[in-house]
Design a protein around this ligand. Structure first.
Ligand code: SF4
Length: 117
C-alpha cells in the first residue's frame, strides 16, 4: 500500500511517500531529515500524538493546562482524555509536575504546563 504523509515535526511540512506491506515500511522518500523518516515509519505502523487538555483545580473554577510528557499511541487518546477529564489537582502545582502517572496504562505521564499556587 502506498502512503502519502505530511511531516508535522517542523514548519517545512515535507511531503513524504512510502510503501507498506503490512510488515515493513519501505521506499520512504521526500523527507529532509532523519526525523521525517522516523515520523513516516511511526505514523504508518503505530501513530502517536501529543495530547493537551485541561484538568480541574480544587478550590477554583480556573483549570490547569496539562500535556502528555511524550506522544502517546493514537488508539489510547480517547481513554487518556477521559482519565484527564476526571482529574482534579490540589495546588500548588508547578510546570513539569506529574499530574497523572502512566495515563491509561500508556506508559506516559501527564504533566502540568503552568504554575498554580
Ligand atoms: S522531514 Fe525534517 S525538515 Fe521535513 S518537515 Fe519533517 S522534521 Fe521538518
Amino acid at each position: 500500500m502506498k502512503y502519502e504523509l505530511t511531516c508535522i515535526n517542523c514548519p517545512m511540512g515535507c511531503r513524504i511517500t512510502a510503501d507498506y506491506d503490512g510488515k515493513e515500511v519501505t521506499n520512504i522518500q521526500g523527507f529532509t531529515c532523519a526525523r521525517g523518516k522516523a515520523y513516516a515509519q511511526t505514523e504508518i505502523t503505530d501513530p502517536t500524538r501529543m495530547v493537551t487538555a485541561l484538568v480541574g483545580v480544587e478550590g477554583t473554577h480556573v483549570p490547569l493546562s496539562v500535556k502528555t510528557q511524550t506522544p502517546i499511541r493514537k488508539p489510547l487518546i480517547f481513554d487518556a482524555l477521559s482519565e484527564i477529564r476526571k482529574t482534579v489537582v490540589v495546588p500548588p502545582v508547578h510546570i513539569g509536575d506529574v499530574v497523572i502517572s502512566d495515563v491509561c496504562g500508556s506508559g506516559v505521564n501527564v504533566i502540568a504546563t503552568e504554575n498554580i499556587e
